[in-house]
Design a protein around this ligand. Structure first.
Ligand code: NAI
Ligand code: MG
Length: 502
């Protein structure tokens, strides 16, 4: 019997909160619904967590942290994480379909990108559980000094809706590998796969209370979690605006905080680039996941002398993108996640036109038939004649809207590329390897892609400079966010300290 409720199941889809290993209603009894963004139809009814539920979840996570979880060997912790990765692989097709139904991303993406990376992250961090080590320090004198790497304790984790299950994996896997317990708040737009993950977490054998999953709204459940004095760390992915609220709330209790926020990545095409690669890379940069990607290549810098040819090819290719039913394997772009996001994108299209940018493609919702008429679809949209000072070049749109900006030479480019409050990622397309590496050094961004874009691996760190946040997810660097270093001193001389006389 499958523990994951498949998308085509006729049983009404309902989820309760997952607290202390139990499925429970919210204290208030309230629920909310999450629509399928392709049709606007109701996908699931979900219990709505608020402060009282967050209190319960934090207490459960504390008990689990002080209790069974801290007594468990690192090997057993790793084995449970590994088991979870295997359960995810077993259920990956159901989970991918649910992810697409809740978020709208094409089934091709949820099947071949999201789900494999979700499993990979749990598998990768399962391996780390037994490899988190202290060190011995060569201190002078008759002293022995060593460090212990300890879990920080109870972690609050607030995640967004653009990669719902993958963001849960990025957050949970390193925290659990390091021996922490967690209260996870999924985004209100996309709670479904996180709740299904709760079932697999139970099946994998995590002790009760190690992972608690509390869907709810940001202003209520999210704010209560970030401000909770009972958590030791808060991790957040989402808007820069809310990231600042989280940092302020964390400051009150001096809670350890990590933030993965917005971006306005430069994706740069030099005249010497392989044009096929660069055109495809520009599309991957902005149209993947309907442009709802924090590291999207939303500022497309094109060297002035190839502008005409490059844009012709980009427009031609973009016109062949299939926008439509996300469950169809041939679909390239599904709907945006919500009506709110769709409206936000439309408002930016107006802004771009008022600012004097030229619309070369898209700019509106496509005409789709049947049930999809009510979906939140938007066409791939290209603006040229953008300058880097315009709002569409400075503000995160979070949709399939690219701003094409031209540059003359490398100095002109670097100045513009770095002229943003963000610094999450950057891409460069060139055959000149010295230029590529110069750029990698000079760009203020946490990730640089050379002749590629949107590459990720569980072993490779990801995170931002400037207002794109701080802390690194994935790789060994993620463990920094979830561990304390304790320094232990031992006298080896056996003699009293003589400082105040013998
Ligand atoms: P958001 O930042 O409001 O939501 C992200 C998460 O934070 C959700 O779980 C939400 O419930 C929670 N949240 C919201 N307000 C909160 C508060 N006061 N305290 C604690 N938690 C809170 O993002 P939203 O409103 O969904 O999207 C707005 C814009 O944010 C997007 O258009 C995009 O520009 C950006 N964004 C960036 C993401 C990224 O990956 N860096 C992901 C999602 C959105
Ligand atoms: Mg918001």
């Amino acid at each position: 019997m499958s523990s994951v409720q498949p998308v085509e199941s006729n049983t009404p889809r309902k989820y309760q909160l997952f607290i202390d290993g139990q499925w429970v209603d919210a204290e208030s009894g309230k629920t909310f619904t999450t629509p399928n963004p392709a049709t606007g139809e109701n996908l699931a009814e979900v219990s709505e967590a608020d402060k009282a539920d967050i209190d319960k979840a934090v207490s459960a996570a504390r008990r689990a942290f002080e209790g069974k979880w801290s007594k468990m060997s690192a090997r057993d912790r790793g084995r449970i994480l590994y088991k979870l990765s295997k359960l995810i692989e077993e259920h990956s097709s159901e989970l991918a379909a649910l992810e697409t139904a809740d978020n709208g991303k094409p089934i091709k993406e949820s099947t071949y990108v999201d789900l494999p990376q979700v499993a990979e992250n749990f598998e990768y961090f399962a391996g780390w559980a037994t490899k988190i080590e202290g060190e011995t320090i060569p201190v002078p004198g008759q002293m022995f000094n060593y460090t212990l790497r300890e879990p920080v304790g109870v972690c609050g984790q607030i995640i967004p809706w653009n990669f719902p299950l993958l963001m849960a994996a990025w957050k949970l896997a390193p925290a659990l590998a390091a021996g922490n317990t967690v209260v996870l708040k999924p985004a209100e737009q996309t709670p479904v796969t996180a709740m299904e993950l709760g079932k697999l977490i139970q099946e994998a054998g995590f002790p009760e209370g190690v992972v608690n999953i509390v869907p709810g709204y940001g202003e209520t459940a999210g704010a209560a979690l970030a401000a909770h004095p009972g958590i030791d760390k808060i991790a957040f992915t989402g808007s820069t605006e809310v990231g600042k609220l989280i940092a302020r709330a964390a400051a009150e209790n001096l809670t350890k905080v990590s933030l993965e926020l917005g971006g306005k990545a430069p994706n740069i095409v030099f005249a010497d680039a392989d044009m096929d690669q660069a055109v495809n890379g520009a599309m991957m940069g902005i149209f993947f996941n309907q442009g709802q990607v924090c590291c999207a290549g939303s500022r497309l810098f094109v060297e002035e002398k190839i502008k005409g040819e490059f844009l012709d090819r980009l427009i031609e290719k973009a016109s062949r993108i299939n926008v439509g039913d996300p469950m169809d394997k041939g679909t390239h772009m599904g709907p945006q996640v919500s009506e709110e996001q769709l409206n936000r994108i439309k408002s930016y299209v107006d802004v771009a036109q008022k600012e004097g940018a030229t619309m070369l493609a898209g700019g509106e919702s496509p005409q789709l038939a049947g049930a999809f008429q009510k979906g939140y679809f938007f066409q791939p949209t290209i603006f040229s004649d953008v300058n880097n000072q315009m709002r569409v070049a400075q503000e995160e749109i979070f949709g399939p809207v690219v701003s094409v900006i031209t540059f003359r030479d490398e100095d002109d480019l670097i100045r513009q590329a770095n002229d943003t409050i963000y610094g999450l990622s950057a891409g460069i397309w060139t055959r000149d390897i010295t230029r590529a590496h110069r750029f990698a050094k000079e760009i203020k961004a946490g990730v640089v892609w050379i002749n590629t874009f949107n590459m990720f691996n569980a072993a490779s760190p990801f995170g931002g400079y400037k207002q794109s946040g701080y802390g690194r997810e994935m790789g060994k660097h993620a463990l920094e966010m979830y561990t304390h270093v304790k320094s232990v001193w031992v006298d080896l001389s056996g003699r009293p300290i003589g400082w105040f006389g013998k």
